[in-house]
Design a binder for this molecule. Structure first.
Ligand code: EPZ
Length: 484
């Protein structure tokens, strides 16, 4: 078997890359590669799932049960929290999604030992940051996942220094991290910005007063972790109240931190000199659960979403009630049995406990099938309507005016070739395709793999007609001469 050296350059040199793929070199470089053994025994590296697409045939109601995975947006800060201690963290319910792989690679690049426990009971993952040698988050990783910046506070707090790449632009908005930096300075860190990197240092952080100019989820999490090891007390005001922030505070307190008020806009942290190991089960993914609730409502199915926390979805369930969708909840499940026509209802995204921006795209798909006009206002991110034009390609009637989208329903959708642009936009296109007439081909599904664990298998298990197709590579590929 002929093995091609593992380098991205090798990809473009292998001839296995079609001209259209070359066009995506920038995307290509962001993606992990995998070895593909060809029928003639030669082996080439191809991008992990760059080529993957979904083929979805609409028309089936979703029926039965879907089990929700752990929350990506709770798992990422929890894994970063491991930096704060030289003891081992055991985290359960970690979702098997690509962003977790990226976080793992980031921690390993610093010298951590990370064992992702997929398939093991409870998806138990162990992380030890006993011997961190390289307090750096490199651009190569940060540019694939902005949440990598969550290591900034913990590194300065534990190691006294950090070098973290600035995340750069993002499909949904500018998303600066100025509030993370300002907060760290208020805890006594010295910050320099050079060559696209933040260089932060402090002998020991000291308690301070942080009043966020704007509510920021990862900003609250990053500084809560930093303040946990600071000298003295920190008061943080205008904090994010998301369930993921609360879950992180629960973990940190298990590690020996003294944090009060998480879940409210005022958090008090008494710094301690050392944090220990802990075992913690990550909360379920409320956005994944919400995505399936909307899919069930739209397809007119009878679906029970289990292993979720309905209380985390109050704003969504109330809005759906306005649209005529009835749901029944228990402590850890939501049943959606919807047979009647959907009614239009306006919606504005807000910080928690308001309607989550991460559910806006999925709600837009629903609004295309509701009787009447829905005005959707996006208040959190300045460019989060990329899915609108793709839905229009499927026959929807949507007009975007700045931060507002005017959706006129009900307009029948028809299957089409559409393209994912970001994680939640992809989810909205999957949902729309489930009710469209005919077949939809969804391109760039690597966006959805970032935050949904095997979504096509879960939907197929609930009567959805969806399959993943990969490797649209040319039939025969020869390893070009000269490539060792
Ligand atoms: C978190 O992102 C989530 N990501 C996002 O989910 C989610 O959309 C967002 O919160 C809002 O709920 C994770 O938890 C990993 P923010 P985050 O800081 O923390 C501005 C998904 O789909 N801002 O709360 O990056 C910012 O530009 C992702 O899973 C500053 O101006 O969002 C935005 O307009 C997408 N300066 C607003 O605040 C800062 O320093 C809220 O952003 C920080 C933020």
């Amino acid at each position: 078997m002929k093995i091609i050296p593992k380098s991205r350059e090798a990809i473009s040199g292998t001839g296995a890359v079609t001209p259209s793929l070359v066009k995506n070199v920038t995307e290509l470089k962001k993606l992990p590669v995998r070895l593909k053994v060809q029928f003639d025994g030669s082996a080439v590296y191809v991008p992990e799932n760059l080529m993957d697409k979904f083929v979805i045939r609409g028309g089936n109601p979703l029926l039965g049960t879907i089990r929700v995975s752990g929350a990506k947006n709770a798992a990422l800060p929890a894994m970063a929290a491991a930096i704060l201690t030289d003891e081992t963290l055991v985290l359960e319910n970690i979702p098997d999604v690509r962003d977790i792989q990226t976080e793992r690679n980031l921690l390993v690049s610093m010298g951590a030992e990370v064992e992702l426990g997929y398939g093991r009971a409870h998806h138990r993952t162990t992380i030890s940051c006993r011997s961190l040698v390289n307090p750096e988050a490199a651009y190569e990783l940060v540019k694939t996942m902005r949440a990598s910046t969550l290591v900034l506070g913990p590194l300065v707090a534990r190691m006294g220094r950090a070098r973290v790449s600035l995340p750069g632009g993002c499909a949904i908005g500018a998303r600066p991290i100025d509030l993370h930096i300002k907060g760290l300075e208020q805890l006594g860190a010295t910050i320099r910005q050079e060559h696209g990197y933040i260089e932060a240092s402090a002998d020991r952080l000291r308690g301070g007063h942080i009043a966020f100019d704007k509510i920021t989820v990862t900003g609250t999490e990053d500084l809560m972790m930093a303040a946990a090891l600071a000298q003295g007390e920190t008061l943080m005001e205008n904090c994010a109240r998301e369930p993921e922030v609360v879950d992180l505070a629960v973990l940190l307190n298990k590690m020996g931190a003294k944090i009060e008020g998480a879940g409210t806009s005022t958090i008090r942290i008494k710094g301690v000199s050392k944090l220990g190991g802990a075992r913690h089960r990550i909360i379920p993914d409320r956005i994944e659960a919400g995505t399936f609730v909307i899919a069930a409502a739209l397809t007119g199915g009878d679906l029970t979403i289990t292993n979720c926390d309905p209380l985390h979805l109050n704003a969504l369930l109330q809005k759906l009630e306005e649209c005529g969708v009835t749901t029944t909840t228990t402590g850890d499940s939501i049943r959606v049995k919807n047979g009647h026509r959907l009614k239009a209802a306006d919606m504005s995204t807000e910080e928690y406990p308001g309607f989550p921006t991460d559910m806006q795209a999925q709600y837009m798909a629903l609004a295309t099938q509701a009787e009447g006009t829905s005005i959707i206002t996006e208040n959190i991110f300045e460019n989060r309507f990329m899915h609108a034009q793709e839905l229009v390609r499927m026959g929807a009637n949507i007009k975007v005016e700045g931060s507002r989208a005017i959706v006129r329903g009900h307009t029948p959708l028809s299957g089409a070739a559409v393209q994912c642009s970001d994680l939640r936009a992809s989810a909205s296109l999957v949902i729309a395709a489930l009710v469209a007439e005919g077949e939809t081909i969804l391109d760039r599904v690597y966006h959805i793999d970032r935050g949904y664990e095997r979504i096509e298998e879960k939907l197929r298990g609930a009567n959805g007609q969806i399959r993943r197709i990969g490797e649209m590579l040319p039939k025969r590929t020869q390893v070009p001469a000269g490539v060792a």
